[in-house]
Design a protein around this ligand. Structure first.
Ligand code: PRP
Ligand code: URA
Length: 209
């Protein structure tokens, strides 16, 4: 699929393997999600547009380049998306942060909305939606639907793990959305958990269950 990019930097893959390991505890899991998110932010900003500027160094006048284009907004899907915010902000410190609260009902698997708060100038910003897990795709499709309703036009999605089923659904419902993931896993199990996956990302991040 053209609209999916797997970020296979060795550091991302190394840390992802530690995240998958069931013996990795909450403190380390949280730190790893932050570190992987920072590395992913670095990778997805490679193609950012630049503008030429003239500056003076202490020695002479010269030309340089500064970031151009739209300002950014990060939008984590609560709860698990919160774990990715600080890592992303370490590369994109000026980004504003909106929040969308959704949880997947364990019986119906449908996303249930409970909170949202966006920056006022959202339509003028490029939006990066954050959620470690793309499973059935219900949550991210709903989040993107909401963002489009609020006027967002340029939207990307960054996750740690994607299931083929979720990618297919996202591509069908929102074909223009570019997805960046650290890995595409095999499938969903009977409870719609990603296999091999890393378990419940929110519970592992926050130490709940
Ligand atoms: C998880 C995950 C995604 C969603 C993915 O959240 O963080 O938001 O499930 O599943 P889907 O693609 O099938 O919708 P969860 O509902 O467990 O909530 P939490 O982040 O509060 O733990
Ligand atoms: N949500 C998770 O946290 N993990 C999965 O594998 C699927 C949905």
């Amino acid at each position: 699929m053209e609209s999916v990019q797997t970020l296979d930097h060795p550091l991302i893959q190394h840390k992802l393997t530690l995240l998958r390991d069931r013996t990795t505890g909450t403190k380390e899991f949280r730190m790893l999600v932050e570190e992987v998110s920072m590395l992913m932010a670095y990778e997805i900003t490679r193609l950012m547009p630049l503008r030429e500027v003239e500056i003076e160094t202490p020695i002479t006048k010269t030309k340089g380049y500064l970031i151009a284009g739209k300002k950014m907004s990060l939008v984590p899907i609560l709860r698990a998306g919160l774990g990715m915010v600080d890592g992303m902000l370490s590369i994109l410190p000026a980004a504003k942060v909106g929040h969308i609260g959704l949880y997947r009902d364990p019986k119906t698997l449908k996303p249930v909305e409970y909170y949202s708060k966006m920056p006022q100038d959202l339509p003028e910003r490029e939006v990066i939606v954050l959620d470690p897990m793309l499973a059935t795709g219900g949550s991210v499709c709903q989040a993107i639907h909401m963002l489009k309703g609020w006027g967002a036009e340029q939207i990307k999605f960054v996750c740690l793990l994607a299931a083929p089923e979720g990618l297919e659904r996202l591509h069908k419902e929102h074909p223009e959305i570019m997805v960046y993931t650290a890995a595409i896993d095999e499938r969903l199990n009977e409870k719609s958990y990603i296999v091999p996956g890393l378990g419940d990302a929110g519970d592992r991040l926050f130490g709940t269950k």
